[in-house]
Design a protein around this ligand. Structure first.
Ligand code: JFZ
Length: 607
């Protein structure tokens, strides 16, 4: 200890620097102002890839449409010929911008150059651009810039800074160019920087540059690019995917929504179907209901929702996309106050019934399920002064607040009309006396259920080799070591018998839909009682927040918990099957109040 003395202040300083978030940078805070207010933007992936639209030489090419050049290993000299066929005669900038406005979107992020290297703006730097190389010859970005300024929406550009499959020194094209011979700095200096200068000089004020897939760009290179952007337009934001943590905000993985409120600024890019760039065979559209759920859930967790459309080679936004966007817009007409400028939920965790957003002196309860009886919320300590549905602002709702001191529980009960005013999400606005004060600890919910996400667990790694980690969706992945443990503490208000349900999750990337592995034996210990059971593939269900990965439910037994108060719960595996290299994935542990006696099966109705 003595020896350490002289280093103590240094040590404390280092610890403080690593534990406390960095002081907010005032320039960055200023840039983020409009973006935090906006909460909802339109992503547009549009380029030469809209011509093949997912098909090459008569064959459908699997995967996202804008990756066709890479997936089909199309030689540069062949892909270039698409420019001669690109003639989007139906393109109308005012119509696109109007659609975004109707949807309630506050900014547009459009691909100025995607990985294929084709510039969708007029450029002096390289002739491989829409004005010089297509029969269309128009600078669509000029037209969009004018339409955005006229209609009051922020124009932003996507720009692929690392991958460029057309430039011999850009990353990603290994079928035409030898990767080991690439001079990446040359590409950055001769193409990327002059391009970025053009898009920030010729199109008026730009809200942000959405850099992507940093790959092997160095920290110095990322920083130089960010500095270049800020030197030309100090108010222009830079996306997290510029790499090396130099962006102004973070991007989640595509189509990913995190399982908790995040302390930092973030955005989820989401597809309306399963591709970004137009594919003629992709008809797997998300429902309007899913889109609204995602919008409010992302806002409740401190994020922005960037929802993609992929226009055709004629310049038309597909009708199913436009229809859904307009329906989201109709919902926003009524409920926008709970989304724009919304602050995150004061509760860190998710609710099964929906999501919460906040504003000074207000809480918004976004109900995705309409309760059969009164709506109840636990843990709100602030005094509520009024409650009303945003859809029926003239009708105050009856409510009561009860405090149960022995259970240390605050209950808010709201009496709702029998029918939901909105079929997808109905919003109750609460006015509070002062700031929202809530119990932030994990706790049993009014329906008796306890839901525990690994994102809140204490992770007990059995050895330094344990690969277990928790991804942003809150899923424990790479769990191969049965000695690893996850543990939680939660507050139990009402005891009883509970079914122990483990919710596993599909994961990304594995080929052929084979994206889940089961056959593990798992033990849950809750309040000192242990149950062991199998994780099996009997019950897959879509997940409302992250529809791309289904949940896999396994009930492994029952526990009886009689004590009120804090309960410890631990999950540990007895054996893990890992032949498919996915192992045990865990998204949630649930304790579900057992109904006794079990309800008789519902009688089938005769037709
Ligand atoms: C990238 C692009 O490759 C893709 O074409 C599209 O533009 C998309 C919006 O971004 O793809 C990614 C990038 C990052 C992740 C996933 C897909 N990620 O972090 O999970």
């Amino acid at each position: 200890m003595r020896l350490l003395r002289p280093f103590r202040s240094l040590l404390i300083g280092l610890l403080a620097a690593s534990l406390c978030p960095a002081q907010p940078d005032p320039a960055r805070e200023k840039r983020l102002g409009w973006w935090r207010e906006a909460r909802f933007g339109m992503f547009i992936h549009w380029g030469l890839y809209a011509v093949p639209a997912g098909e090459w030489k008569g064959k459908p090419i699997a995967g996202i449409g804008e990756w066709i050049m890479n997936r089909a290993k199309i030689p540069v000299r062949e892909y270039e010929l698409l420019a001669g066929q690109f003639n989007p005669v139906k393109f109308n900038a005012d119509e696109w911008v109007r659609l975004a406005k109707e949807a309630g979107q506050k900014y547009i992020v459009i691909t100025s150059k995607h990985h294929d290297g084709f510039a969708m703006f007029g450029s002096q730097v390289s002739p491989y651009n829409i004005v010089s190389a297509t029969p269309f010859k128009r600078d669509v970005m000029k037209e969009l810039s004018a339409a955005c300024q006229k209609q009051g929406i922020k124009l932003c550009f996507y720009y692929s800074q690392s991958q460029d499959w057309h430039h011999p020194d850009g990353l990603g094209n290994t079928w035409d160019y030898d990767d080991s011979k690439k001079n990446f700095p040359k590409y950055l200096n001769e193409l990327v920087k002059p391009h970025v200068r053009e898009i920030l000089t010729n199109y008026g004020p730009i809200g942000l540059i959405w850099f992507d897939t940093p790959q092997r760009i160095t920290r110095a290179q990322s920083q130089e690019l960010a500095d270049l952007v800020h030197s030309i337009q100090p108010d222009c934001l830079v996306s997290g995917r510029i790499g090396n943590e130099v962006g102004d905000y973070q991007s989640m993985g595509d189509n990913q929504i995190p399982a908790r409120v995040m302390s930092y600024d973030w955005e989820s890019p989401v597809t309306l179907n399963d591709t970004w760039g137009f594919k003629k065979d992709d008809h797997n559209w998300k429902s309007t209901r899913t889109l609204i759920h995602q919008l409010v859930d992302i806002a409740s967790k401190n994020g922005n929702y960037l929802l993609n459309v992929g226009p055709t080679a004629e310049g038309v936004i597909p009708q199913p996309s436009a229809d859904r966007l307009r329906e989201v817009g109709q919902w926003i007409q009524v409920n926008g106050e709970a989304v724009y400028g919304a602050q995150p939920s004061p509760y860190p965790y998710e609710f099964e019934w929906g999501s919460i957003t906040a504003k000074p002196g207000k809480l918004y309860l976004h109900l995705t399920e309409w309760p059969k009886r009164d709506f109840m919320l636990y843990g709100l300590k602030s005094k509520v002064t009024s409650a009303r549905l945003l859809a029926q602002p003239g009708t105050p709702l009856k409510f009561a607040q009860i405090q149960d001191r022995t259970a240390r529980l605050n209950v808010l009960r709201i009496t709702l009309p029998s029918a939901a005013p909105d079929k997808d999400v109905s919003v109750v606005a609460l006015e509070l006396a002062g700031k929202p004060v809530v119990d932030t600890g994990l706790a049993q919910q009014p329906d008796g259920k306890v839901s525990l996400s690994p994102i809140f667990a204490e992770v007990g790694k059995a050895s330094s080799n344990s690969a277990i980690s928790i991804d942003n969706r809150g899923v424990a992945t790479r769990w191969f070591n049965p000695e690893d443990k996850l543990s939680w503490k939660f507050r139990l208000y009402r005891g009883g018998t509970f079914r122990v349900v483990l919710v596993s999750s599909e994961s990304r990337g594995a080929a052929g839909g084979d994206n889940w592995e089961g056959g593990h034996q798992v033990t849950v210990t809750a309040g000192g009682q242990s149950v062991t059971g199998a994780i099996n593939d009997g019950d897959r269900r879509p997940n409302a927040r992250n529809p791309r990965w289904r949940d896999v439910y396994s009930e492994i037994g029952r526990v009886s918990l009689r004590t009120q108060g804090m309960v410890d719960l631990t999950v540990k595996a007895e054996s893990i099957a890992a032949a498919k290299k996915m192992g045990f994935t865990l998204r949630e542990v649930q304790l579900v109040k057992a109904q006794d006696p079990p309800a008789p099966p519902a009688k089938k109705r005769r037709r």
